[in-house]
Design a binder for this molecule. Structure first.
Ligand SMILES: Nc1ncnc2c1ncn2[C@@H]1O[C@H](COP(=O)(O)OP(=O)(O)OP(=O)(O)O)[C@@H](O)[C@H]1O
Ligand SMILES: [Mg+2]
Length: 325
């Protein structure tokens, strides 16, 4: 009889090959084996987990294959399963409201579809680097319990005429086949004439194919295009999206929240937050997280869990200088 480690290996193999039936059958064997060994509580929990995840798939109406993209697709898409949601982000009220609305519509999409309405599923995220665009895509995937598929646009843009459009088709076939959040990062590579190819005609054609696919994409999956070069995008593009979300540098209060969240495991009761927020201007969320991390590491390595104002101030100043961590 095979031992638990064989079954864990079999589970992993089934997962890696994307064979769901095999995956569940091995999982059921594992539950049966636990029962035989007298671990009835574990067996029961396993069976409940299996039933729950199977019924969720049926409920979704379309199975979500568990494997990673294979073949040519694997060069175009990277799959991940983000583990933190929107609550980990510091967002303006306006952005929060837009994102929560998308989540709500997606969660209730059956109800909307029954009445002939389509849930929001195409988002354009624009704004400066490090303000949370990629993080938003990950957080939406987490909130909707979907995998995040990040599209490698450099892989899509081909020097060879016609090839890019067929790669896009492959990606959009996957969009229709597998419910997920799809992130087209650095979308401006498609949306402008700045693409990897110097042939403007070709870039236009790719963009046009993208827009056609976007129009036809089923509302099951969420499609997110992100860019920090809004000005390079043709404004006619914007109306193709259900929502355009603009990310800005954090204001004073937001800056303090970003730093405080990153320092949650430290003692920062002595910090003068007024002075810190005064030094935080013009820095992105990402810069602030990194400055907070630097201050925390300095404190820890000098044997303290206490964050001093001066330490944070010097980390913020260092963040503005190029070439520092
Ligand atoms: N709104 C936010 N709230 C909290 N942390 C944030 C936020 N935005 C960014 N961060 C932090 O900065 C890191 C980088 O952010 P992210 O990758 O989402 O930026 P981006 O807008 O996609 O930048 P780019 O345009 O360079 O791709 C995140 O992993 C997180 O640590
Ligand atoms: Mg990004």
């Amino acid at each position: 009889m095979s031992g638990p480690s064989d079954q864990v290996k079999a589970l992993l193999r089934a997962h890696a090959s994307g064979d769901e039936d095999l995956f569940y059958s091995v999982a059921l064997q594992l539950a049966a084996q636990s029962a035989r060994r007298g671990h009835s509580k574990v067996a029961l929990e396993l069976r409940e987990l299996i039933d729950k995840s199977r019924s969720e798939q049926v409920h979704r109406g379309q199975p979500t294959p568990i494997g990673s993209p294979r073949g040519e697709l694997s060069e175009l898409l990277a799959i991940s399963y983000p583990d933190s949601g929107l609550s980990k982000m510091v967002l303006s009220d306006e952005i929060s409201a837009t994102l929560n609305r998308v989540i709500h519509e997606q969660r209730q999409r059956d109800q909307l579809l029954r009445h002939g309405f389509v849930p929001a599923h195409r988002l354009l995220l624009t704004g400066l680097p490090g303000t949370g665009k990629s993080m938003t895509a990950a957080a939406l995937a987490n909130e909707l319990s979907l995998p995040l598929m990040t599209i490698r646009l450099d892989g899509v843009m081909s020097r060879f005429l016609g090839e890019s459009a067929s790669k896009l088709r492959l990606i959009f076939d996957e969009v229709a086949r597998r419910r997920a959040v799809y992130l087209f990062d650095e979308f401006d590579a498609l949306g402008s004439d700045r693409g990897a190819t110097n042939d403007i005609g070709e870039t236009r054609r790719i963009l046009n194919s993208f827009l056609l696919f976007l129009d036809e994409a089923p509302s099951e999956s969420v499609l997110i295009a992100a860019t920090n070069h809004m000005s390079l995008l043709d404004p006619a593009l914007f109306r193709r999206f259900d929502a355009v979300v603009s990310y800005a540098l954090p204001g004073r209060e937001e800056s303090v929240s970003v730093i405080q969240r990153r320092l949650a495991s430290m003692d920062s009761t002595r910090v003068n937050w007024d002075r810190v927020s005064g030094e935080a201007h013009d820095l992105s969320h990402s810069d602030l997280v990194k400055a907070a991390e630097r201050a925390a590491k300095d404190a820890i390595l000098s044997g303290s869990s206490n964050i001093e104002t001066s330490l944070l101030l010097s980390s913020l100043v260092a963040r503005r200088k190029p070439g520092i961590d």
